[in-house]
Design a protein around this ligand. Structure first.
Ligand code: PLP
Length: 397
């Protein structure tokens, strides 16, 4: 009998919503999907496919942290967004998920801890676990609009804590990190010797770019701790299939340079990013504004449709947010998340329950704002009707 690692023993039993969805699909019933976040499936502009066959695409001359030409193009791209960074402080990976795994290797011994926001996209626990690292949640208080509370971060610090992860703007909360929050967080990081890992994959999708005090990126800032700012083509250009992401390494020069030297060694072990996408990066970044403008129009429009669908006095509400690709709805605790999602599915609409994202303290639904306007409008009409109906039955227990 083969033996497997405990960290690869993930639970695989489907939850009741997944089972109901499989039944719904097997019966061939129509579905308006408000969980669709794949940017290549919702009619958004894509760059010409020929971009991926640039001259030299078949040559092999690897550079561990990424081709100099690609890192220069990226530094120029970030510079145009107000982050003055040096190409030497950037490294390329196949995804931000891969970047996390490198950062956990860099910062943590097996058994160490990284502090992760809750609610949040449910990715960190898996990525950390695969590196033998533990996650410890810090709450984003609802009373603070799901924004960062440095006191909550500090309360979560334990002896094994090595890094704090922030997602800015949050997924799915859409809350942006603000200057005061970053200053308080930097103080906690500096006092406890924690690195800051800032996931900025949605930072080009603040709905009001001029929002006062919003932190767009930690890259290029003089902060007292080691910082890692992560993003990539998945969200910036809507091209998750191309597998290219980047990390900016910052902080006090001595520790930053040590981190880069160690990461270069990790990078040299994997050499993960394909040459064609690195050579095409300047052209792909040139396409990014076209994609981003279309996304912003889409998510702003769909959010307005959602807000407009809410009748005065309704028992549900749209949680205020500043950016990203999702909307969060606060719904009555009875019948609650699962029963509401099942009732919606029965009516032909798929939405996600808040527990997928570790909301806690109330009942929530999470909706993607990316679907095409006609699909979204039809879905919110059903949603408003189902949410407006009397509770079906209280949840068991
Ligand atoms: C906040 C956040 N970070 C990272 C990722 C993963 O991105 P990548 O495709 O670069 O691994 C996602 C994917 O949805 C995300 O929502």
């Amino acid at each position: 009998m083969s033996r497997f690692s405990a960290r690869s023993d993930f639970p695989r039993a489907p939850n009741p919503l997944a089972l109901a969805l499989a039944r719904h699909r097997a019966l061939g019933r129509p579905l308006l999907d408000l969980t669709e976040t794949n940017p290549t499936r919702v009619g958004l502009p894509a760059p010409p496919e020929g971009l991926l066959a640039p001259p030299g695409a078949m040559a092999y001359a690897p550079e561990a942290l990424g081709l100099a030409s690609a890192r220069q193009a990226l530094a120029a791209h970030l510079g145009a967004r107000g982050a003055a960074v040096s190409p030497e402080h950037l490294l390329l990976t196949a995804s931000t998920s891969e970047a996390y795994s490198w950062l956990f290797k860099l910062l943590c011994e097996p058994g160490d801890t990284v502090l992760v926001p809750a609610p949040c996209y449910p990715l960190f626990e898996h990525l950390a676990r695969l590196e033998g690292v533990q996650t410890r949640p810090y709450r984003l208080p609802r009373a603070h609009g799901f924004g960062l509370d440095a006191g909550e971060v500090e309360a979560a610090v334990d002896a094994g804590a090595r890094a704090v992860l922030v997602v800015n703007p949050g997924n799915p909360t859409g809350h942006s990190l603000h200057e005061g929050e970053l200053a308080a967080l930097a103080d906690v990081c500096a006092r406890h010797g924690l690195a800051l890992v800032s996931d900025e994959v949605f930072s080009d999708f603040a709905w009001d770019a001029a929002g006062p005090g919003r932190v767009a990126t930690v890259a290029g800032r003089a902060l007292p701790m080691l910082t890692f700012a992560l993003s990539g083509l998945s969200k910036v250009a809507g091209l998750p299939g191309l597998k290219l992401a980047w990390t900016h390494v910052g902080g006090p020069p001595e520790v930053r340079d040590e981190a880069l030297a160690r990461l270069e060694w990790v990078a040299d072990t994997y050499l993960p990013v394909a040459t064609p996408v690195q050579l095409a990066l300047p052209a792909l970044l040139a396409h990014a504004p076209v994609f981003q403008a279309a996304v912003l129009e889409r998510v702003r429009g769909n959010r307005q449709r959602l807000v407009a669908a809410r009748a005065p006095g309704a028992t549900w509400d749209v949680v205020p947010a500043e950016g990203g690709w999702s909307a969060v709805l606060r719904i009555p605790r009875v019948p609650g998340e699962e029963a509401t999602c099942l009732a919606l599915l029965d009516a032909g609409v798929l939405a996600q329950p808040g527990w997928f994202y570790d909301f806690g303290g109330g009942a929530y639904l999470v909706l993607s704002l990316l679907p095409e306007p006609e699909v979204f409008a039809a879905a919110v009409e059903v949603l408003a009707r189902v949410l407006g109906e009397a509770p079906v039955s209280p949840p068991p227990g």
